[in-house]
Each structure stands twice: as structure tokens, then as C-alpha cells.
Design a protein around this ligand. Structure first.
Ligand code: ZN
Length: 435
């Protein structure tokens, strides 16, 4: 097993290099970053393929096989990033600058840091002559995650299933330390919510804006509906993953409102992060009405980003909408209906993660979490229903709140010691799983 210091150094150097490739999506331009990773893995003995749906935006699949059968383990990551406005940053977002024990730059957390830790672990093992004794190791680095995976994970899983089929996937989604009420937990992302985004329409009667009472203003009719969505609280409904999570936090999963009140009292930041896992959320984000300032609109449209726990669908979304807005005075049209997906909570992979956490941070534990958003794991779970996909990028120095505020924000950075911790986890996982 390569030592921790070596893994930390390799992951740090790799991350600095990866950040210097500007892969802001759109447009992505992932080619150079993927060729860089391909060349390193190819030289270490991996069989590498660049698979592209569109020119200049390849996905990388690198594999190392064994002569006997065993589990197929996939370490997954995406190399594109969201944009960064340099005027908001204290360093150049594409510098990969090393300062205060952290690597700084767009993608440090989401998710070039994890890509670097996965690749560093695989390269260090392969350089020592390690090969899987059984099964198969795949490193899959996708493009186009940040704008919906059309050319990335979705395309790969649908068009090249044989290249990316596997039994175990480790991807992004969780792994930060979370402290609550004297407990220290590391989240493992076992499920993701679905998106049931919709357009809410109100209707009235058009008229000249100089005589307001001559018309019936559809935009004003939207006001009480918007007001009803102000709090952003979910309609609570218990599902299996949050049940485990609340138990791990020392809360009562059968009293969701009471549990949220306790979180609010002890640490409101914990309530903000965990509450969306407990039900359907409704967040209004875009509104349109009249196209002219002097015309009172007969129609207004509000777009609402609605996220639904895995296992629930349109009916749960409609129930939450009616509970918040009542039954009348608007129409609903769903624009997207993507169901959330989950993997089982109790698996040998979870046991392995729990053991790693207990060894490296005595007194800490693991807890399953549901990602309120969406990641490439969705496409693996959809294409290969038998595979177990977890999000886990262990980080100890930076807690969940710090990390959440930096993801997609300014001054994104990751602690060097956390890169070493994560690379150690991935190296141990490869050796233990593929023996
Ligand atoms: Zn990401």
C-alpha cells in the first residue's frame, strides 16, 4: 500500500494540474484535461478509451482487469466545472494555487479534487506493480456533468453500457464531516432526489395599464401563491434513508417536525442542510407575465423547481403543491419528471466505509444521506439497476457547512490533508475489493 504522504503529494499535484485546465461548462472543452489523465493512466498500464458524443468533449474510461472473476469497481468523477467570476475570488480560479494547506481553484471540491484523489490512488498502486487479483477496476471520468450529462454520463451509460457497466460505483455527493450535538458523522450519499419541475399559470383579463381596474391582473394573482412558497419548507414524508440519518443524529425519525425543531434549536445550519431530505421541496425561480409595460397581463407563468424524494413521483409533487397553494386559482404543467434513485443502505461497501471512518477518525461514524440535487450516479443507477452507487469523498478538515458554501461559490478550495485522506480511502478500497 502506498504511504499516505506519497498519496497526498500525488493527489495535490494532480489537482493543481487539473484546475489549470479551464473546463467551465458550457462549453466544457474537456479534451485536454482528459488527454492529460489518459496519458498518465496509459503509462501506468491501464487500458484507456476516450469516448466522445461530440467533438472536443470526450469521456475517459480506463480499466485494469484481472484473470479471475470478481466485482467490477468503478471510481467515477467529472472533469467539467461551473463558471467562476475572477473578480469575486482572492486567487485566480484556474491557478491551482497552494495556500494555507489548501489547493484553491474552480473544481477543487466539485469535483476535480475527488478525480485527483481517485487517479492518484490508482496510479500509485499501479506504479508499485499492483494489479487486481479478481474482478475489474474502472476509472471513469466524464464530461458535461454540470449541464445535465447529455454528452457525459447519460450518453455513456446509454450508448456504451458495456464499457461502463459495473457492480460498485463510488462518486461524488457526500463525505464531509458533520458535527451535531457532540456526534461526528461522515455522510455517505446513497440516494438522490428526483426533479419534477413545473410551470404554474395564473389567468386574468388583459387591459390598458393606465386604468388598472379595467383588467384582471394575472401577475398580481401570482402574489399570494409566491407568498405561500416563501418559507421553502418541505412537505414532510419519511423515507428509509433519512430515517437512518436522523437516528445517527440522535433524533426521532417518527417525529419529523420535532426533529427539525431540535435541529433548529441546536444548530440551524444542520436543519437547513437536512430538511430538504425529509420531503418534497418547492422553490420558485423564474417568472414571466406581460411583454409590454403598458399592458396588464392576462397570463403569468411561474417556474418552480420541485424536488421529490426517491420512490415518490408526480402524485407526491401534486400533493405538496396543493398543500402549499390550495386547490384553485392556478394551473400546473410539469416540465420535467425525473424520478429520484437510490441504492441499498446496508451493503458490504457501506461496511467498508464505516470501518475506514472508525479507523481513521476514532469516535466518528457514518450516516446515509440523500442528495437534494442530482449527479452522474443517477445514470448508473438507471442503466444498471443492480449496481450499488455511493457518493463518498472523505474530508475531515473542512466540515459540511464550509464545503457547501464553497461549492459553485468563490474561493473554492480543498485541504491537502483531505486529498491524502481521500486517496488513502480509494487505494484501500481498490485493494480490498479486488482481491
Ligand atoms: Zn459535481
Amino acid at each position: 500500500m502506498p504511504d499516505r504522504a506519497q498519496l497526498e503529494r500525488r493527489a495535490t499535484e494532480l489537482l493543481q494540474r487539473l484546475i489549470r485546465f479551464n473546463t467551465v461548462n458550457p462549453p466544457g472543452n474537456e479534451q485536454a484535461a482528459q488527454e492529460f489523465l489518459r496519458d498518465l493512466l496509459d503509462a501506468a498500464g491501464f487500458e484507456c478509451r476516450l469516448l466522445a458524443a461530440v467533438e472536443g468533449r470526450p469521456n475517459l474510461v480506463a480499466r485494469l482487469g484481472a484473470s479471475s472473476d470478481g466485482p467490477r469497481l468503478c471510481l467515477l468523477g467529472h472533469v467539467d466545472s461551473v463558471l467562476a467570476d475572477p473578480s469575486e475570488w482572492t486567487v485566480d480560479p484556474w491557478s491551482g494555487h497552494l495556500r494555507d494547506g489548501c489547493v484553491w481553484g474552480r473544481g477543487a471540491l466539485d469535483m476535480k479534487g475527488q478525480v485527483a484523489a481517485e487517479a492518484a490512488a490508482a496510479l500509485a498502486l499501479a506504479d508499485e506493480g499492483w494489479r487486481p487479483e479478481a474482478g475489474e477496476l474502472k476509472l471513469v471520468f466524464t464530461c458535461d456533468e454540470e449541464t445535465g450529462a447529455e454528452h457525459g454520463a447519460r450518453w455513456l451509460c446509454e450508448e456504451h453500457p458495456d464499457a461502463v457497466r459495473c457492480d460498485l460505483v463510488v462518486n461524488e455527493g457526500a463525505g464531509q464531516r458533520l458535527e451535531f450535538d457532540g456526534r461526528r458523522l461522515y455522510g455517505v450519499c446513497v440516494a438522490e432526489k428526483g426533479a419534477f419541475r413545473f410551470t404554474l399559470t395564473t389567468s386574468g383579463r388583459a387591459g390598458h395599464a393606465s386604468v388598472p381596474r379595467i383588467a384582471d391582473n394575472a401577475l398580481v394573482r401570482m402574489a399570494p401563491l409566491l407568498e405561500a412558497l416563501r418559507e421553502g419548507r418541505p412537505a414532510y414524508s419519511l423515507s428509509p434513508e433519512p430515517e437512518e440519518l436522523l437516528l445517527a443524529l440522535g433524533l426521532d425519525p417518527h417525529d419529523l417536525e420535532g426533529s427539525v425543531r431540535t435541529m433548529e434549536a441546536k444548530d440551524p445550519r444542520v436543519a437547513i442542510l437536512i430538511e430538504p431530505m425529509l420531503g418534497v421541496t418547492l422553490a420558485p425561480t423564474m417568472i414571466t407575465a406581460s411583454q409590454k409595460i403598458n399592458v396588464i397581463p392576462s397570463r403569468a407563468e411561474l417556474q418552480v423547481d420541485c424536488r421529490v424524494p426517491p420512490g415518490l413521483g408526480e402524485e407526491a409533487a401534486l400533493t405538496a403543491i396543493r398543500a402549499a397553494l390550495g386547490n384553485d386559482g392556478y394551473e400546473v404543467r410539469f416540465d420535467d419528471q425525473v424520478s429520484g434513485k437510490r441504492s441499498p443502505v446496508e451493503t458490504p461497501l457501506m461496511d467498508f466505509i464505516r470501518d475506514f471512518v472508525e479507523r481513521t477518525d476514532p469516535g466518528a461514524g457514518v450516516a446515509p444521506v440523500v442528495l437534494p440535487g442530482f449527479s452522474d450516479s443517477h445514470w448508473w443507477r438507471a442503466a444498471f439497476p443492480e449496481c450499488v452507487a455511493y457518493g463518498f469523498f472523505p474530508r475531515r478538515r473542512m466540515d459540511a457547512f464550509e464545503a457547501f458554501s464553497l461549492i459553485h461559490g468563490a474561493d473554492e478550495r480543498v485541504a491537502v490533508e483531505d486529498l491524502g485522506l481521500a486517496a488513502t480511502f480509494y487505494a484501500e478500497l481498490m485493494v480490498e475489493t479486488l482481491r
